[in-house]
Design a protein around this ligand. Structure first.
Ligand SMILES: [Zn+2]
Length: 365
């Protein structure tokens, strides 16, 4: 069964990123504005992007170990590695918050004393995953990281993201590992505005993003956003409406992503793997089987073009049971389990019911 080598990377230090609404934040204009918004809410709000997300994934992997899955720890990204996709000015501005609590944006982005270190480790762990795949010691690797990264732009923290982990990993693969052409598949429910911005004019990074359409957060990723300059045509957005699920995701991946990848011929496939499109989260309607099938498709693309080199980097996913179960399902596919057929829920039962009842309606009976 387990005929593929897969690696999962996790690091406890990423649990130390834990802003709490009750904590005293750096006073200032942004803090006042956030307090106004929070005070105006009818229900008490707290950060949905929380340490319990990674704990739930780790605990499920401990409780239900996956045969053939190798587990390892992460490491910190260096300033030079982060500077491939963020400006030095931005890195300095984030560094100022080391050891402190502060709001960075009204859109739920804040830091606590352990956050800058956690963000450096999230980016460094994405790099470690790429290096493991590049070395040939594993076929695929999943960097189980937080804070997530795909909303972080070259000069701006946004959407719970400080450093753009998948972009840092892609740039490292290009600069150090002799993989010039990188395919990034973003199946998080939200558009990866940061990844799009960073590689907007790059002809060597093909960015494919399926997401819930604007005005859903962050509001970008329109169909006509295709990149610019030398990168025109290497940004591919598939915006879909609320309620869309397995069928839409799989159709987009088979009928848009697959031909795009065949045209682009990547040396490495990266996935911004968020799980907030799961039906138990809030935005879209993907099932566990849907995520398994999507993993099968990216695996097939990697097999066809780059000897199976595939790296997943965790993005969103806030319903703990759905998140941990989805990650577990994806990791099983990475170790070689064949994805189950994706079917509309209830169809099998209706077919059984038809077989059960129909003889009663036949005159031959
Ligand atoms: Zn998301």
């Amino acid at each position: 069964m387990a005929n593929r080598r897969a690696l999962a990377l996790f690091d406890e230090r990423m649990l130390l990123h834990r802003p709490q609404v009750e904590d005293p934040f750096q006073p200032g204009r942004l803090e006042r504005r956030v307090r106004e918004i929070l005070n105006g809410l009818e229900v008490k709000w707290n950060f949905p992007e929380r340490p319990e997300r990674l704990v739930a994934i780790r605990d499920l992997l401990d409780a239900e170990p996956i045969a053939g899955l190798v587990r390892g720890t992460g490491r910190s990204a260096s300033r030079e590695q982060l500077a491939r996709v963020h400006t030095f000015g931005y890195l300095d501005s984030i560094d100022r918050w080391r050891g402190r609590s502060a709001w960075l944006d009204v859109d739920t982005t804040a830091v606590s004393p352990g956050s800058v270190e956690a963000a450096e480790i999230a980016a460094g762990t994405a790099i470690a995953a790429v290096e493991a795949v590049a070395s040939g010691s594993t076929d695929s690797a999943f960097a189980l990281v937080r804070p997530p990264g795909h909303h972080a732009e070259s000069v701006r923290a946004r959407g719970s993201c400080l450093f753009n982990n998948v972009a840092v990993a892609a740039a490292h693969a290009q600069a150090e590992l002799n993989f010039p052409r990188i395919l990034i598949v973003d199946w998080d429910a939200h558009h990866g505005n940061g990844t799009q911005e960073i590689f907007w004019a790059s002809p060597d990074v093909l960015f494919f993003d399926i997401h819930r359409a604007a005005p859903f957060y962050p509001g970008s990723g329109l169909l006509g956003d295709v990149g610019a300059g030398l990168g025109e045509g290497t940004t591919v957005n598939v915006p879909i409406p609320a309620g869309a699920g397995d069928a839409a995701f799989l159709k987009a991946m088979r009928e848009v992503l697959r031909p795009a990848a065949d045209w682009f011929k990547p040396d490495l496939v990266l996935v911004s793997a968020g799980f907030d499109a799961h039906q138990a989260d809030f935005a879209l309607n993907v099932s566990h089987e849907g995520f398994a099938a999507m993993t099968g498709i990216v695996q097939e693309i990697a097999d066809r073009h780059c000897e199976g080199r595939l790296v997943l980097v965790l993005e969103g996913g806030y319903q703990l049971e759905a998140l941990s179960r989805s990650v577990h399902t994806v990791l099983r596919v990475l170790t070689g389990e064949t994805p189950a057929e994706v079917r509309e829920p209830g169809l099998a039962e209706v077919e059984d019911a038809a077989a059960f009842h129909l003889p009663a309606f036949s005159d031959d009976a």
